[in-house]
Design a protein around this ligand. Structure first.
Ligand code: CP
Length: 359
């Protein structure tokens, strides 16, 4: 049942996030539409991490893969990306294939009827006529949310997954980041009381915004935001952390804090958002890069993450260091997106109950 159906857009959009969350949820508390990181509490995160680990295990055998592919072979997914992407697009595509969903895609609005003046709303309504799930990445903040509301009033209220919206949210990236942290620390005392350092373009990086939100679900997390002043994290995120009682530091001194970090989350400069071409190039970012010398300053159990794509903020010399987790992080994206889609379509219990046949 889609309860969004009963509320006008002006009433819905005026609600605080915590009042929107139940309107977007399935009866089991998992999101029906996945639009922002705040839809995931600790229970949902633990469940999703457990399901992801189970899926990774099942997918190791042909018998397991055949089982996974039978789960959603009666469903179709539209992957609608009007912003560039490699990892998110391909990992969602792979996740659909793992579960047997067939996919369609639009990656360039100029080859769809939007070019003829069709509104986004009509385009999405069109996709919902042919597909059972819409996964969308857009330049515009909040578009996925508006589309979820609009579809809820149609006779095809299919789920929407936000695969990155404007500068504000990238909830499924935050899920794979959490899973990477969970995997990295599960045999070393878990995620509680960890110090997470975020480095780079924090003003325009939606991944840091979504991840810092999700980390408030874990006890005792400390956050260190390292950026040149014009690219520092927004006050809204600091206010949110304060409201959750999380400690944070805002600094431009990466080297001072590197030895204290359990996880270092690097990001690239997002110059595609520059108001005038070349604005970012005027900012000195030379102190916000990691090479061998900086890795030597990190603790032996600390990990290095990056949502990717990278430029020069992590030297390729660091790739073979066992503390570098960004390639594993990327692959984790495929697994946790598989788990998210399975949960969206209510297959989680069936997958968790899977047992390999004994010969
Ligand atoms: N991390 C991430 O969103 O990568 P893509 O832009 O390649 O999808």
């Amino acid at each position: 049942m889609n309860t969004l159906h009963d509320i006008s857009w002006s009433d819905y959009s005026a609600l605080p996030l915590e009042e929107k969350v139940p309107l977007l949820a399935r009866p089991d508390g998992m999101p029906f539409h996945t639009l922002f990181a705040q839809q995931f509490g600790r229970k949902q995160l633990d469940g999703l991490c457990a399901l992801t680990t189970k899926i990774r295990f099942i997918a190791k055998t042909r018998e397991g893969m055949d089982f996974l592919q039978s789960q959603l072979s009666h469903k179709r997914a539209m992957i609608y990306f009007t912003q560039p992407s490699s990892r998110t697009f391909l990992s969602f595509m792979s996740a659909c294939q793992i579960l047997g969903l067939r996919t369609g895609e639009v990656r360039d609005a100029s080859v769809s009827s939007e070019f003829k003046g069709e509104s986004r709303e009509d385009s999405i309504r069109t996709f919902s006529s042919y597909f059972d799930l819409i996964i969308m990445r857009t330049q515009e903040k909040g578009l996925a949310e508006h589309m979820a509301w609009a579809l809820s009033r149609s006779d095809r209220p299919v789920p929407i997954i936000n695969a990155g919206s404007g500068k504000d949210q990238h909830p499924t990236q935050a899920l794979l980041d959490i899973y990477t942290l969970h995997r990295s620390f599960e045999k070393k005392g878990g995620l509680r009381n960890r110090t997470v350092m975020y480095v780079g373009d924090l003003a325009r990086g939606r991944t840091v915004r979504s991840l810092s939100n999700l980390l408030t679900n874990y006890e005792g997390i400390r956050h260190i935001f390292v950026a040149p002043e014009p690219l520092q994290i927004g006050q809204d995120i600091l206010d949110m952390l304060k409201a959750h009682g999380n400690e944070y530091v805002v600094t431009d001194d990466m080297r001072k804090y590197l030895p204290k970090a359990d996880a270092v989350y690097m990001t690239r400069i997002q110059d595609e958002w520059d108001a005038a071409k070349g604005d970012s190039a005027k900012i000195d970012t030379s102190r916000f890069k990691i090479g061998r010398a900086e890795m030597d300053m990190m603790g032996p159990d600390a990990i290095l993450m990056h949502p990717l794509p990278r430029r020069d903020e992590i030297s390729t010399d660091c790739d073979s260091d066992p503390r570098s987790k960004y390639w594993r992080q990327m692959r984790n994206g495929m697994w946790i997106r598989t788990a998210l889609i399975a949960s969206t379509f209510d297959c989680a219990d069936m997958i968790m109950a899977w047992r390999q046949r004994t010969m």
